[in-house]
Write a protein that binds this ligand. Structure first.
Ligand SMILES: [Fe+2]
Ligand SMILES: [Fe+2]
Length: 192
């Protein structure tokens, strides 16, 4: 059941990134100049990690096994699987809005703001639903041999920003995020 701890810690990292996005929007609301490098870094992280690693592993390993052992979870599993696709669409909308904002300036900020807040709320609710409804069902229904396969798949995940051994590419972004976030997520005190 190592996968459960891995999923929860990946959700926690996701939560820190979503929170960062919201705080950056809040800063711009207060008149600060946008830092597009940080926005691009955060969106690249979300694309690399969430959409290419985290969600596919839920889709390929956790969800099918849960469906096999607990067929009554079908509607729930289908709903969460669809949310992965919806989340990707919201992500693309946010990315396009960021591009428009960077190219055209302040007039595009309200639209970008709207897409970010829609995305962060959606992904936060999604992770919450998995933790409240999927993980407890999986804990009960799955057998030891099922977990071996799922644990192996999730154990292969290398978080490019929060992982211990794969930090190079995202280390600067990680530092800038951690320095900005209030405790206990980060070291900064700007938003305390
Ligand atoms: Fe998910
Ligand atoms: Fe998840």
């Amino acid at each position: 059941m190592r996968a459960i701890a891995i999923i929860k810690s990946e959700h926690k990292n996701l939560g820190a990134v979503l929170y960062s996005l919201e705080k950056l929007i809040e800063e711009i609301d207060k008149g600060k100049h946008p830092d597009f490098t940080i926005f691009h870094g955060l969106l690249t992280y979300l694309d690399r990690f969430l959409d290419r690693y985290h969600h596919p592993k839920e889709n390929l390993y956790l969800f099918p096994k849960l469906l096999e052992r607990a067929p009554d979870t079908e509607a729930l599993v289908r709903e969460l699987g669809q949310q992965h696709t919806e989340g990707e669409l919201l992500f693309i909308e946010m990315l396009k809005a960021l591009s428009a904002y960077e190219f055209s300036g302040a007039a595009e900020f309200p639209h970008f703001r709207e897409t970010v807040l829609k995305y962060t709320e959606f992904e936060r609710n999604h992770a919450h639903k998995e933790e409240k409804e999927i993980l407890p069902r999986a804990k009960k229904a799955l057998q030891a041999s099922d977990w071996e396969e799922i644990d192996a798949a999730f154990g292969e995940n290398r978080d490019p920003m929060f992982g211990q051994d794969w930090n190079d590419e995202f280390s600067e972004l990680f530092d800038s995020i951690v320095n900005r976030l209030p405790a206990p997520l980060g070291l900064g005190d700007d938003w305390k």
